[in-house]
Every structure is written in C-alpha cells, then in structure tokens.
Ligand binder design. Structure first.
Ligand code: UDP
Length: 480
C-alpha cells in the first residue's frame, strides 16, 4: 500500500480552519493510506480555535499538529479593515511557515520509514505560500472555504482589473462573471475590493491558477452553472467540489458556550411548535450598534413571530479587538419593556449552537449574514434564509441565493457591517416573509436532500473527493 501525507495550512479564522479540518477528517475516513500534518497559524484575535484544533487532532491518530510560531501582528490601524488585517497577518507568517515547512519536510525525508509528502493544501487566503511550497518541489492545492461562484469571481478578477485598473465604484456597470448567471452589481462585490484591501486581494486572486487543483466546499448540483464555466475554461486548474463539508458534531468544542447556556437554548426550543421560530445569527464577526439592536427588537415584536436571537454588540471604536461582545445588560440596550412583552415568545443569547439550532424542528427561518458555512448548514437542514450580509463575500452570497439560486429571501443584499441603521419595519416584514413563504422553503428543503446525497457514497461530491485523491496520488507517484 502506497502511503501518502498531505500538509494542510489553513487560514486562522473560524470559517476557514473548521472547514479545512473537517475536510481533512473526511479524507482520512475515505482513504486509510493518507495522513495529514496541520501547520497551524495562530488567530490574531483571542479564540477557542486552538483548543478546537487540539481536540480534533487528539481524536484522529493520522493527523498531527505543528504550531507555527506567532509572527508580529499587523498594526492595529489595519484592524478597521478586517480583510486587510487578516491578509497581512497571514503574510507576516510566511517566513515562519517557510521555516516550519522546510524543517518538517527535511526531517521527514531523513526518517528511514518516512511517508512521502505528496502535496500541500493551502487555504485560498494563503495562496502566496505557493512560493514556499514550490521551493520544496511540492504541488499546492487550494482549499476554497467558500463557493464556486465566488471562485469564478476570483478567476475573473485579474482580467477585470486589467480593463479598469481601479477598485469598483457603486456607479460602475455590473460585472459579467462567467460562473455566475446574473450580471453582478458592483455593490455586492466582496468588501475587500472596496475597503483598501483591493491590491492585496487582487494579488490573491491573481495566483489561483497556479494551484495544481482547487477543492471547493460546495456541490455540483447547487452550482451547476459555475462548474460548467470551469469545464469550458482550459486555463483553470481542476476544481473538486467536495461539499457540503460541515462540522455537524464537533461544533461546541469551538465555542466558549458552556453546557448550561446550550441547554437553556435547546430546552426553550423543545417547548416551541414546529417551524415556528425565526433564528437570527450573524457569524463569528457579525455585530450591531445599540441603535440597530433597538430596531431589530422592535421589528421582531412587530412581526409577531417567535424568535431566537444571537445578539452581539459591536465593540467600542477605541477597542483593540474586532470580536463582537456579548451583551451583559440586555435591559439597557433593548427597548423599554421588550423583555417583558416578549417573554415566552423569544429568547436572546450570545454565541449560539447554530448547527443544533438549525437542526431543531422548531426552527422555521433564519435571518443570516450569509457566511458560506451558515448557508450550507441552513440548506442541509432545510431552513430558508432571509439575507442580511455583513462582511467578506457575504453580499455576493446573498445576491446569488436570492437572484440566481432562488434559495433565499431578500432583506438586504448590499448591506455592510456598520452601515446605516435598518428600520424595524423592514426587519419585521423580512421576518414575516421568511416564515410565510412556502415556495422558497420547498426549494430549500429539496436542496437539503440533494446536498446530503452529494456526500453519500456514490454521490457527486463523494466521487469528486475520490478523484481528488487519485489525482494527488498520480501527480506524485505517476500513473501506475
Ligand atoms: N456559528 C455558531 N454560533 C454563532 C455564530 C456562528 O455556531 O453564534 C458558526 C456557524 O454555525 C458557522 C460558523 O460559525 O459554522 C460561521 O461561519 P460562516 O462561514 O457562516 O461565517 P463567518 O463566521 O466565517 O463569517
């Protein structure tokens, strides 16, 4: 049996690291020849990702972990642009990654029973590390934690830049992206294209085609148009849709949520009628000002719907962190009497056990920031989304869910975190729409069934995972 080792370099963000490790687990389950070494870059913000990684690694004998020494953090002035901060933090780690990877590869070569290292799986935000991987004569594979439409946008971005040479403006014409059906309004392009990260982001997109292959957390059935566009373009590397790759079981390990907090939420849901609760949750970095919180509260009241609301506040302007804060005094930020009036009808929490909540039969709708993991999770459990994007590529995801895929209801498509306060009336109507619409709900449930089938034995993503393994082996060992 030819054994083979892959080195993973995930990006240090919740949505990135968790998906990469879950993909790693799936590879191990699929093929017992494979082992994985994870080079872990530390997150710039305090988080429980380190302990999540350690506990996952401890439970899998064929994964080992190497901590990359912490590099200097980017200056805090960049913290205003989370993407720029994220990209710079990764760039600052390149020398440490070079040293860790080079040492690891040479120590592995010198072992008598060494397993050949057959490639490096880089998070797409770590694409600049292709140089380091090339120096070691290894192939680089990219792990795309987002979707195929976004991948198509990244393939297209350098060509668009060579025409315009400048960040897109709201008044620019829509972009025609080969893998996305409707023309894309510039207002829903990823925030990094307009927030001062343009050139760093372009630098990332420009290198995608250098990868030997790209693994994407999606399935063909969900994004058929994007996959057709890749097959027609001879210049892109092979793209392997292997999703949905979700963390359906290990989730609690990554949060600071204790058992009592989790039980309080789940037992409240147990007491609610089927599909009667709208869940509001906005990802690892979604947060609101107190003024916006008041409008959300009033909107929920106006909607008359039951609700579970993960309420997290934007840290004060002079704060040194981007991490949202849990509210310690709800009475103070909510409208007078709100808690009293909605007692029994709604529950407010901080970080939520999202996967468990979406899987609960009482959950009937989801006001979401449209992070890709949240979208995949909601489809998996057949819970329709109403869109309230915040940061990263969420506006594009929201736009596609509503306008291209017909799998979401529109509240906002181009909202950006910290934008103008959305009024209660609009929020209330959006909440009612997601709870009452039966057409989108039906489509979402159908897509849920399809996406589960995709990862079963013989399903499209399972076949594609097998193809990825075969190609990795062939690229290293040749065709015998
Ligand atoms: N999540 C959670 N509880 C929360 C907020 C988020 O469990 O209160 C999880 C959610 O289930 C998802 C991930 O965090 O798996 C967020 O990933 P996504 O891609 O949706 O958004 P990001 O945080 O990367 O913006």
């Amino acid at each position: 049996m030819k054994r083979a080792e892959l080195v993973f370099i995930p990006a240090p963000g919740a949505g990135h690291l968790v998906a990469a490790l879950q993909f790693g687990k799936r590879l191990l389950q699929r093929d017992d020849r494979i082992s994985i070494t994870v080079l872990a870059i530390k997150s710039a913000a305090p988080s429980s990702l380190g302990s999540y990684t350690e506990s996952l690694v401890a439970s899998e004998s064929r994964i080992q972990l190497i901590d990359v020494p912490q590099a200097e953090l980017p200056p805090l002035e960049f913290a205003k642009s989370p993407a720029k901060f994220f990209i710079l933090n990764i760039e600052n780690h390149v020398p440490n990654v070079r040293e860790a990877l080079t040492n690891y590869v040479s120590s592995s070569h010198s072992k008598p029973d060494s397993v050949p290292i057959v490639g490096v799986v880089l998070d797409f935000f770590c694409v600049s590390m292709i140089d380091v991987v090339n120096e070691l004569n290894l192939p680089s594979y990219l792990f795309m934690t987002s979707n195929a439409g976004y991948l198509s946008l990244m393939f297209h971005f350098p060509a668009q830049d060579s025409r315009t040479g400048a960040p897109p403006k709201d008044s620019d014409p829509d972009w025609l992206v080969p893998g996305i059906v409707p023309p894309v309004p510039t207002t829903v392009l990823p925030v990094s294209m307009t927030d001062g990260s343009y050139s760093s982001y372009l630098g990332i997109a420009a290198r995608f085609r250098e990868a030997k292959g790209i693994i994407a957390n999606t399935c063909v059935e969900l994004e058929a148009h994007a996959f057709n566009s890749f097959s027609e373009d001879q210049t892109t590397p092979p793209v392997y849709p292997v999703g949905p790759v979700l963390d359906l079981n290990d989730g609690q390990a990554r949060s600071n949520l204790n058992q009592a907090q989790r039980d309080r939420i789940m037992s409240w849901l147990d007491d609610q009628p089927e599909e009667s609760v709208v869940f509001l949750c906005f990802g690892s970095l979604g947060s609101f000002s107190e003024a916006q919180v008041k409008e959300i509260a009033l909107g929920l009241e106006q909607s008359g719907q039951r609700f579970l609301w993960s309420l997290r506040l934007t840290p004060p302007k002079d704060s040194k962190t981007l991490t949202p804060i849990d509210c310690s005094n709800l009475e103070q930020v909510l409208p007078d009497g709100f808690l009293e009036r909605t007692r029994g009808k709604g529950l407010i929490c901080g970080w939520a056990p999202q996967v468990e909540v979406l899987s609960h039969k009482a959950t009937g709708g989801f006001v979401s920031h449209c992070g890709w993991n949240s979208i995949l999770e909601s489809l998996w459990y057949g819970v329709p989304i109403v869109t309230w994007p915040m940061y990263a590529e969420q506006q594009l995801n929201a736009f596609r869910m509503v306008k291209e895929l017909g799998l979401g209801l529109e509240m906002r498509l181009d909202y950006k975190k910290g934008g103008e306060v959305v009024k209660a009336d609009e929020i209330g109507k959006a909440v009612v729409s997601v709870m009452e619409d039966s057409e989108v709900r039906k489509k979402v449930k159908e897509m849920g069934v399809v996406s589960r089938k995709a990862v079963e034995d013989g399903g499209s993503s399972s076949v594609s995972l097998g193809r990825f393994i075969e190609d990795v082996m062939r690229n290293h060992f040749g065709s015998d």
